[in-house]
Write a protein that binds this ligand. Sequence first.
Ligand SMILES: [Zn+2]
Length: 375
Amino acid sequence: MVLAAALLMSNLLQDVSEDRLRATLTQFSTYPTRNTNTEYLGQAAEWIAGEFRKIPGMQVELMKYPVKKGRRIVADKEVVQVVATLPGATPKRVMMGGHFDTINLGGDPMVVKAPGINDDGSGVAATLECARLMAQSKWQNTLVFVAFSGEEQGLFGSTALAARAVTEKWQIEGLLNNDTVGASQAGRLKDKKRVRLFSEDSEKHNGRELARWIEWACRGKVKGFAPWLVYRKDRFQRGGDHTPFNNAGFNAVRFVEAVEALDHQHTENDTINGIDFGYLANVCRVNLVALQGLANAGAAPTAVAYDPKQAHSTIVRWKGTPGTRYIVYWRASSSTLWEGSSEVGEANEATIKNINKDDHIFAVGSVGGVPISAN
Ligand SMILES: [Zn+2]
């Protein structure tokens, strides 16, 4: 079972296709703009939906939502985005997405070119590629792949979907937002080995714990490449489609390249020439490691608590669900990453020898699931 899972994952990672990523971005290059105000947005949505429909088992929806005339919206209108769902055995959802709309801040949005190949064609290409690969296997949980729109006008598409998730009582294990993940270089600055992973620390959701778990899950999995955790909800004074989900109480994080090509962003120069396809493929692999774990995550433990007795070894107890296996994680209180972990099976209690709760932080998660901190 464990061997089969390991083999499956290595196959998934090997099968990431730079050619398919390039084909998606070549198609995106044919639209002069994908600005939410223009007719090209709907055309691109239809094309993306068509690609999702080619994937066996995928349920594809063109989701419509209204936007009002405002700072970056020229008139009241109905806007479309793409939501593709791969049903699993449980209704618990695992989400991945990027935004397919673009903007050029240099002029009239109806006229200026806005190729947006990196921001955020790259995230949508990665989402499509991961959807194709994940759909080759059956998963416990339901996978939802989203191409958001209205991002550049104020996160309108993600705000609409997060509101719907609240209304429809979606249970979301995690949302992986991929926004601007295709370049490894800005001028002379280069970083081909890392993708930044932003997360918010909040009482309302476990986004930070999702990010910390992704870092742990990816160790040694993608050769020469890893997520680099940034303990901020996003870059300075900037935002993304994970934030409306965080604000609605869901676990959501953002991937963004390590060195952003800032002078191409939101201009006509954000073209396919700026994409490093080997880098983008590695970003897909990091997402696939995370998706594969989350897609089979069992119910999260509840009531995770320390045994209060003073001791050098730490006893952690929790309420589990029969048939679900658990992992205990720990780190020194001054460390930001997990330093140790132990898979303990279908247990409700574990003793971690000679690791003291006085100076360490513990958490428990179902295998593949977001860990819950002990207290
Ligand atoms: Zn973006």
